[in-house]
Design a protein around this ligand. Structure first.
Ligand SMILES: [Zn+2]
Length: 502
């Protein structure tokens, strides 16, 4: 048996408005080479200046990953030539990363693990090369955008663990509001390295895998690579230290380049940027950015609201959804529902009806906060159903109309006359009318009752109650209707003989 060691290097694009060392707009999808200036184009004599927001966001991620934040941090120049990097060096961090020695707990799908974080460092992104048939085009809009690189220790053992790590890291940075986590657009990119060896012999020769632009490809690429390396060792062949690419069309990794000697990037401190020493105000700003993280929040949802693990996890998958749920749950309590009842009902509506409504409207779960059906509207509707002031069927109809017309469901219910009918006299009248129209069924119920056939009696009674609901537009309280029906079916008890009138 072999032991595998998987490490990940994840680059995340920080959601700053401007680039990390100049004032250019930081955005995807703009016309090529429109967000550029002499600084990010590397003209001679220009001076970079650090974007404080990028530094704060980087430190927030580092702190959320339980890293120690250094008392002093600075930047280095990493020298190499590539056409997408106009300066011929990248401003990055080498000796004093923003965070070191942290960890991320990952949990789910039968996996529970602590993955150590070696370091997080801030750097600038390179531009983008677009290869056409005859030429290669360059777009420098991305050059100089703020990137945070997160490097793990080789603590994962399977493709599934690495996939879960990526998913939970993605959820974390989205919770922190520092990255949109869009892997397809490249705002979260992962490279993996994997080595296998006989158990107890430590790391084997390391193979890097690139081009893993979805968490699924991370799992598939690593699973493939572990099998490939195992087969080599089984056959007594060595694993070559190299860089491989994931080919998503062939579901396999392919050789990209055999590892030359480690690059000498000639790092030296960036002379145009000062050393940064976070002061108490900065550290407070970092602390303020540390919202309640997804994993502890899931645990709290289970404890505080009595939700099952899967439901709690589904609600906490997206911060906006979890926030919406909590706002609605608090309101449902003020509307008279118990905390557990309100929470269970809201979770149910959110994960079924609301999910469908959002997807129909083309709104992602992250956009639920600005959806037409606000938390207050949903809480009020769910409470009306729970308190039996409207039937479930009419409640669902009100939900659909409230979403469609951007209206308050309670006023739709009033306007449509869908409020549950509890007036005993009115219901009694409806029951008598139904009994007249369904005289044969009434006789059958009486016969079933006389014969002691409880099952048949119950099903026939349910049919009659259904008819009463139908006659009242689904509004009659079924309990009151049932009581009236029961009275009607019970023969009057014999009257004691009256004394003769004098
Ligand atoms: Zn610029």
């Amino acid at each position: 048996m072999y032991q595998s060691f998987i490490g990940l290097e994840v680059h995340i694009h920080l959601l700053t408005k401007t680039k990390v060392f100049c004032g250019c707009r930081s955005a995807f999808g703009d016309e090529p080479n429109t967000n550029i200036c002499p600084v990010c184009m590397g003209y001679p004599g220009v001076l970079p200046s650090l974007n404080a927001e990028a530094l704060r966001m980087g430190c927030v991620v580092a702190a959320a990953l339980n890293c120690a934040i250094p008392e002093r941090t600075w930047f280095e120049r990493k020298q190499y030539f590539y056409p997408d990097m106009p300066k011929n060096y990248q401003i990055s961090q080498f000796a004093s990363p923003l965070g070191r020695d942290g960890y991320l707990d990952i949990e789910g799908r039968g996996i529970q693990k602590q993955v150590r974080i070696k370091e997080c460092h801030l750097e600038e992104d390179a531009g983008k090369m677009i290869h056409t048939g005859a030429a290669s085009l360059l777009d420098y809009n991305r050059a100089g955008m703020a990137l945070l690189e997160i490097v793990t220790e080789p603590d994962m053992e399977t493709g599934e663990e690495a996939e879960l790590f990526i998913q939970q890291l993605r959820r974390l940075v989205r919770y922190l509001g520092v990255c949109d986590g869009n892997m397809e657009e490249g705002s979260l990119r992962a490279d993996a390295n994997v080595s296998i060896n006989r158990a107890g012999r430590g790391l084997g020769n390391k193979v890097e895998i690139k081009n893993l632009n979805s968490s699924r490809f991370v799992r598939l690429g690593l699973t493939y690579e572990i099998l490939r390396q195992s087969a080599l060792l089984d056959a007594g062949k060595p694993v070559v230290q190299e860089t491989r690419l994931w080919n998503q069309n062939r579901d396999q990794t392919e050789q990209m380049r055999v590892k030359e000697n480690a690059h000498d990037y000639r790092y030296f401190p960036e002379p145009d940027l000062p050393v940064f020493a976070p002061d108490p105000a900065f550290l407070n700003a970092v602390k303020a950015g540390l919202v309640e993280l997804p994993l502890p929040r899931t645990g709290r949802f289970e404890r505080d609201y009595g939700l099952g693990a899967e439901t709690a996890e589904a609600l906490c998958d997206e911060k906006a959804l979890a926030d919406y749920f909590e706002e609605a749950a608090a309101l449902a309590e003020t509307f008279g529902l118990s905390r557990a009842d309100g929470a269970a009902r809201l979770a149910n509506w959110l994960l079924t009806d609301m999910k469908r409504a959002l997807s129909r409207a083309g709104v992602s779960p992250a956009g639920i906060g600005s959806f037409t059906l606000t938390a207050r509207r949903l809480a009020s509707l769910v409470s009306l159903v729970a308190l039996e002031r409207v039937s479930m069927k009419n409640g669902k109809q009100a939900f659909e109309e409230a979403v469609r017309d951007d209206r308050d469901p309670e006023s739709i219910i009033k306007e449509r006359g869908w409020e549950r009918l509890t007036d005993s006299d009115l219901i009694g009248e409806a029951v008598r009318k139904v009994a007249d129209a369904e005289a044969r069924t009434v006789d059958l119920v009486k016969a079933a009752r006389a014969a002691g056939n409880r099952k048949r009696e119950r099903s026939l009674t349910a049919y009659l109650v259904g008819k009463v609901l139908e006659a009242t537009g689904g509004r009659a309280d079924p309990k009151i209707a049932g009581a009236h029906l029961n009275a009607l079916l019970t023969p009057p008890s014999p009257q004691p003989p009256q004394p003769p009138a004098v």
